[in-house]
Structure formats: structure tokens, C-alpha cells
Design a protein around this ligand. Structure first.
Ligand code: SF4
Length: 595
């Protein structure tokens, strides 16, 4: 809390209280994946509905919350340093509630309370619905046993398919979700919808099955309804989220509440995906779910999903993608390695040949589908021969981009106990950079194929040339002084990359994860017409496009900014490894000028 409050900012609030004047302020920062972003959005909505106000300044907030990620060491270290900063506020005598949410809270549990005594509460991803009660509890029980301030239940989601799952309170949190056009970023009209929580795959390098628990699938009616409400509120692009979306499967009649309403249910074992699904209407597969959303929410212009798992991706899904024009032809399908030996050690459950067979099917059914991947280099035991297999896999698939990471052991994973981290750091770096160079070449080729074509671009950002900024080329490196960054990151688009590359750190490279499209100051010699405006957005295939807007569009910067969240038809004129560049198509321009 701000130093020396004259009134209790929590007075009049409880987990069920209505908004009150002078309500406590909350600072919430999110690390990691899209799942975490969605969780934070839900937490934010929940706390706001109870009267909390949000602030961008952790130094004055009454409650400081960090929604953490334990997949990457870098994100963890950032979170730890934030805890130190809030600790300094406490040392200075300020009254502030500090909470750690998400995967680090779940993994470290009470150990975190011991190591960071300034932390007041921990709340795992499986108990976020209880967060208001925990905050309230901290306030009311200052000095009481700190262990009572923990709500960690990721693994409790390993429930029976019927009874306990029917008591899933997290579902209520998802269902309570509202799209507020006034929220920052809402103008992009793009939203996430969760279809599955948790994961059953147990890849040896990954902590997610432990922190987020077993796969729990939401009822299809709830998902369709959530999409419909978002579209009614102005959303035009929805990304369905799950760790392995193609393993979504809901059996009707298994999990219902006392009033007969369907509830989330645990997913079936892997063997189920090798059996044919009876055509009796009792089961909603991922293909059927996609088709339902497409057909029942006609106002939705783009439907995306991440992340796909390379095994059990049926032709039924590809057929639905081919049939339904508003389902984006884009797949993020991590290979992780091209070596069967390493895939087995990773417990990925497929072979190199199976991965390539899947890609062949994709390309036969959806020739214009763009494909993104993930690769880990330097997994324990990876030899030069294994790495050569990965290189050849990359050469065999036209990946638009690959999120490439160097392996490092992460606490809570199987790999940290089972394997020695025996690939030297220098070798990892070398392999990482070799793949990055190769991927840059592949990305440049993939992008070049789009030159001369027209694409629909959903605009995410507008930049003025008059401010002295322009879109950076592919080879720019991040972090130079004087740059302002555009928050359009390739990495930010994909949750799974965060989850799969346990502990691996990125190198600054155009094809690496976390590459950002940035804006750099122009040199005086490269003058551009003053007042010019550029829009940046994405194609349905998730290709980033920088659009030089015609003067007639750009004449009013207000009018240009109103393009954010709209679809522009764009002629692609050139390309790089990182993005396409183009101009609004003549037909679209004519329409704009008429209108
Ligand atoms: S890497 Fe992906 S599929 Fe494997 S355990 Fe982690 S979340 Fe599940």
C-alpha cells in the first residue's frame, strides 16, 4: 500500500463485495506464455469485478502480483528480481501485499515462502479462482501462519472424469470472462479462448504437466458460447489455447453438475487417439469443435489455434481447415529434434518419419498453410549425428519460423534427474547459431513466395514516419539505445514455445524466439515523406506485414489509427526473412476513398 494511508484501502471489500470508492490498487505483471496472459486477463477481470482498481506502477500498488513462468530461466530470474524490489518497499515500512501466481508458485510451493519472506501468498494456476479469498486472508491474518496463504492445486486437476471435475471452479473463471473495449490492447480485437488446461504428455524437459496438471477439456458449448460473446463484444480474431490442441476430446454425458450442465472433464489417454471415433454424436473432437465455432459464430473473421502436437493430428482436422475459410491455415507444430534417439529421450511419442509424414499430409491438403516449429539443441546426449538429423529435418520442411533454444536443465523436470547435461555450452551455442542461420535462409525463401500476391492483414499497430521511425529489417539486432520497440513479437504469438523450451535462452537473431519487429531511428540521409504512416499486422498464416499506407489513408493520423483491429487487403511488394512489406491494394484503396 502507499505509505501511510489514512484509511484502510481494503475496507468494504471481500471476495464477494461490490466495487467501492477508494478501492485497493493492484499491479499485475505477467511472465511467460499465452496461457499465462489469459490467466492474468481472467484474474484482472475477477478482481475488478470485486472493486479492485489496476495500476501500472508497482511502487504505489496496494497489491503486487506476479504471474510467473517456470519454463525459462530468464523469466524466472526476472520474477525473482521483481520480488526483491517489492521487498524493498516492505523494508521501507510500506504495507503491500505481494503475491506470486502461476507455475513458479506451483512448483516451489512453501519453499518460496521460506526463501522470499516478503511473499505473502502463493497461488498456482489451478486455483486462480481463489485468489481474492487469499488476498483477503492475508489482509485479515497479518502475523498468522504464512503456510495458510498458499493455494496450490495444479495436480489436483488430475481428477476423475466425472465427480470432481464437475466441481471445477476454474471453469467459472473462464466463463466469467468479459471483453472490455476500454482495456489496453482491446483495439486489436483479438482474444484467446482456452479449450484445454494442463498436459498429459510428460516430455522429459518440461515442467508443465506438474505445474498445470493433467489435461482437462472444457465443454464445447462453453467454448462456443465464450467465442460468441467475445465476437458480440467486438472481437474478430480468436486463438484457441491448449498445450496440445489436437488432443481436445470431449465425451458428452460424462461430467455434469447437479443441474445437468456439462462440466470440464479429464482427457482420454493417448491410446484413444489411435481409435476411430464413433459417429454417434457422443464425442466432440477437435475437428468438430473447430467446425462448430466456425459455423455457429459467423461474425468471427479469424479462428486460430495453438499448439499442435505432431502425433494424432488427424485428417479430419485438416479437412475442416480446408473446408472452413475463416479457420487460419497456420500450424505451430514443434518438432523439437530431427533425431529419433533424442525424440525418444525427450519422450515426445513420435518419430522423425512420423513428423515428416504429418507435414506431407498438411502440404497435400492445405498447400498454402504456413508452418512454425520449435527446436531444442544440446539436449543431453545429442551427438553431431543427432544434430545433423535436426539440420536435415529443417531443410525438409518450409518452416516460416522456428523457435530455437539451447537446452538447459530445469527444476521439476524428469530430464534434470535422468540425464547429465553433457553437451558443452560452446557446442550448444554453435548448434544454435547454425540452426538460426539456416532458419533465416528458409524464412527468407518462405516469405519471398508471397511477393506479388494479395493478402488480408489484421492491423495490430500504426506507426508514423513523421516520428522518425520505420520498420526494422530482418537483420537488425535488438536493444540499441534510442530505439523504441514495437510490441509485435513473433515469440509472443505462441505459448507452446515458452513451455517447451525448458530453460533455453534465446540468442539475438532474426529467426530466434522472441525476435521483435522493431522501429529504428532513420538516418538523416534516408529521408521519407513527412507524415507518412505505416501499419503492421499479420496475415491469416501469421506472417508479419509492414504496410506503407497511401497518403489518402494517412492524411489523418486518427483515421490511420482507426485501422487497428481492421482487416486490410495488401499487395505484397517485397520481403525479408522476418516480414513482408506492401501497400494497401488498389481495390481496397478505392473502397476506402469511396467510403
Ligand atoms: S512440451 Fe508441450 S506436450 Fe510436452 S509436456 Fe510440455 S506442454 Fe506437454
Amino acid at each position: 500500500m502507499s505509505a501511510g494511508p489514512t484509511t484502510d484501502p481494503f475496507a468494504g471489500t471481500s471476495p464477494t463485495a461490490a466495487p467501492a470508492a477508494g478501492a485497493p490498487t493492484v499491479y499485475l505483471e505477467t511472465f511467460g506464455c499465452q496461457m499465462n496472459e489469459l490467466d492474468s486477463e481472467l484474474v484482472r477481470g475477477h478482481l475488478k469485478s470485486l472493486g479492485y482498481r489496476f495500476t501500472d506502477d508497482f511502487r504505489t500498488a496496494d497489491v503486487v502480483l506476479y504471474n510467473t513462468c517456470s519454463v525459462r530461466e530468464q523469466a524466472e530470474n526476472k520474477a525473482y528480481s521483481r520480488l526483491g524490489l517489492v521487498g524493498m518497499r516492505k523494508k521501507a515500512g510500506e504495507s503491500v501485499i505481494l503475491g506470486v501466481l502461476g507455475c513458479m508458485a506451483e512448483r516451489d510451493g512453501a519453499d518460496m515462502l521460506r526463501r522470499f519472506p516478503q511473499v505473502d501468498l502463493l497461488c498456482g494456476p489451478g486455483e486462480l479462482d481463489r485468489l481474492p479469498a487469499l488476498i483477503d486472508n492475508v489482509r485479515r491474518t497479518e502475523g498468522a501462519a504464512r503456510e495458510e496463504r498458499i493455494a496450490l492445486a495444479g495436480n489436483k486437476s488430475r481428477r476423475s472424469a466425472t465427480l470432481a471435475a464437475a466441481e471445477d471452479h476454474l471453469e467459472l473463471l473462464d466463463l466469467s470472462r468479459a471483453f472490455e473495449p476500454s482495456e489496453p490492447g482491446a483495439e486489436r480485437r483479438s482474444a484467446y479462448v482456452r479449450i484445454t488446461r494442463g498436459c498429459n504428455k510428460f516430455c522429459t524437459y518440461c515442467v508443465v504437466p506438474n505445474t498445470r496438471g493433467a489435461e482437462v477439456h472444457r465443454p464445447p458449448d462453453s467454448i462456443v458460447e465464450e467465442c460468441r460473446r467475445l465476437v458480440d463484444a467486438g472481437v474478430i480474431e480468436i486463438t484457441l489455447l491448449g498445450q496440445t490442441v489436437n488432443h481436445y476430446r470431449y465425451t458428452h454425458g460424462l461430467a455434469v453438475d447437479s443441474e445437468g450442465r456439462e462440466q470440464p472433464q479429464v482427457g482420454p489417454g493417448l491410446a484413444a487417439f489411435r481409435q476411430p471415433v464413433a459417429d454417434d454424436g457422443r464425442t466432440t473432437t477437435f475437428a468438430r469443435l473447430l467446425e462448430r465455432i466456425h459455423d455457429e459464430v459467423p461474425g468471427l473473421e479469424r479462428l486460430r489455434f495453438v499448439t499442435s502436437y505432431p502425433r494424432d493430428f488427424g485428417d479430419d482436422i485438416l479437412d475442416v481447415m480446408a473446408r472452413c475459410p475463416r479457420i487460419c491455415r497456420y500450424l505451430h507444430v514443434p518438432a523439437q529434434s530431427g533425431s529419433d534417439r533424442i525424440l525418444k529421450a525427450m519422450n515426445r511419442g513420435y518419430t522423425r518419419a512420423e513428423y515428416l509424414e504429418f507435414i506431407d499430409r498438411v502440404r497435400r491438403t492445405l498447400p498454402d498453410c504456413t508452418i512454425a516449429g520449435d527446436i531444442i539443441v544440446g539436449f543431453p546426449g545429442e551427438t553431431d549425428e543427432d544434430f545433423a538429423e535436426t539440420v536435415s529435418l529443417l531443410k525438409a520442411v518450409p518452416f516460416k519460423n522456428n523457435f530455437i533454444f539451447k537446452y538447459s536443465p530445469r527444476p521439476g523436470t524428469v530430464a534434470i534427474d535422468r540425464f547429465e547435461d553433457d553437451v558443452p555450452t560452446e557446442v550448444k551455442k554453435l548448434r544454435n547459431n547454425l540452426l538460426l542461420d539456416l532458419q533465416t535462409e528458409i524464412s527468407a525463401r518462405v516469405h519471398a513466395e508471397w511477393v506479388g500476391r494479395e493478402v488480408d492483414v489484421l492491423v495490430e499497430e500504426i506507426r508514423d514516419h513523421g516520428t522518425g521511425h520505420e520498420a526494422a529489417g530482418a537483420a537488425e539486432t535488438a536493444g540499441n539505445p534510442g530505439e523504441s520497440r514495437l510490441s509485435l513479437s513473433i515469440a509472443g504469438a505462441d505459448h507452446h514455445a515458452q513451455h517447451t523450451h525448458v530453460g533455453a535462452e534465446k540468442d539475438a537473431h532474426p529467426a530466434s524466439k522472441n525476435v521483435e519487429v522493431r522501429w529504428v531511428r532513420r538516418q538523416a540521409s534516408s529521408a521519407r515523406p513527412k507524415g507518412g504512416v505505416q501499419a503492421v499486422g499479420r496475415t491469416a498464416g501469421d506472417l508479419i506485414v509492414a504496410i506503407d499506407l497511401d497518403e489518402s489513408v494517412a492524411a489523418s493520423s486518427d483515421a490511420a489509427r482507426a485501422l487497428v483491429g481492421t482487416m486490410l487487403r495488401v499487395e505484397v511488394r517485397n520481403s525479408s526473412a522476418l516480414l513482408l512489406r506492401g501497400a494497401v491494394s488498389k481495390t481496397a484503396l478505392a473502397r476506402f476513398n469511396r467510403g
